[in-house]
Design a binder for this molecule. Structure first.
Ligand code: FES
Length: 174
């Protein structure tokens, strides 16, 4: 009886099927000779930065290239608010995101009011996203314009940086 049951089981790959066009473009984007499990977050950053989001096709391709489960890639990608996991290209968020921390220190210093003012002003043309602590509690409320952190953020400060397309922090001279 046991043998008969075993015979009936046919193994098949689990999860989504790989799109080979996406796989090729991902290989080109990552441009590495061997894939390292401890570089998963770096790979996800590269996809996010070049595509503006991480589609499910890219997550499937990445898990195939790295030889890890699709679940592992999905769990890491969805854990961090900097990654936008979407079904497909058409679901991508607006090109610019302003993140406003709404954890305790920032909330006590007006983060929710700031996020609302920004939302009312930009009306979806810029995505305003409330996020948990970004490690700048001493300068609450803190916001991030794309990748540029804004300490003691106000509506005027955020708008000034958005208008100037100041999307990256100024690095100190070394
Ligand atoms: S609570 Fe807002 S940066 Fe930490």
């Amino acid at each position: 009886m046991k043998t008969k049951l075993k015979e009936k089981i046919t193994l098949r790959p689990r999860g989504r099927k790989v799109d080979f066009e996406v796989l090729k473009s991902l290989e080109k984007l990552l441009d590495v000779t061997s894939y390292r499990r401890d570089h998963l977050i770096e790979y996800l950053h590269k996809i996010q930065d070049s595509n503006g989001a991480i589609t499910k096709d890219y997550m499937t391709a990445l898990s195939t290239l790295m030889g890890i489960s699709q679940t592992e890639v999905y769990e890491v990608a969805t854990f961090y608010h900097h990654f936008d996991v979407v079904d497909s290209e058409k679901d991508k968020p607006p090109a610019l995101t302003v993140r406003v921390c709404d954890s305790v220190s920032c909330e006590l210093n007006g983060a929710n009011e700031l996020a609302k003012m920004l939302d009312d002003y930009y009306k979806g043309t810029v995505r305003i996203q409330k996020v948990p602590c970004i490690g700048r509690c001493q300068s609450a409320p803190a916001a991030v314009v794309k990748m540029n952190p804004i300490d003691n953020a106000t509506f005027e400060k955020v708008k000034k940086n958005v208008d100037a397309k100041a999307f990256y922090p100024e690095l100190p001279d070394i």
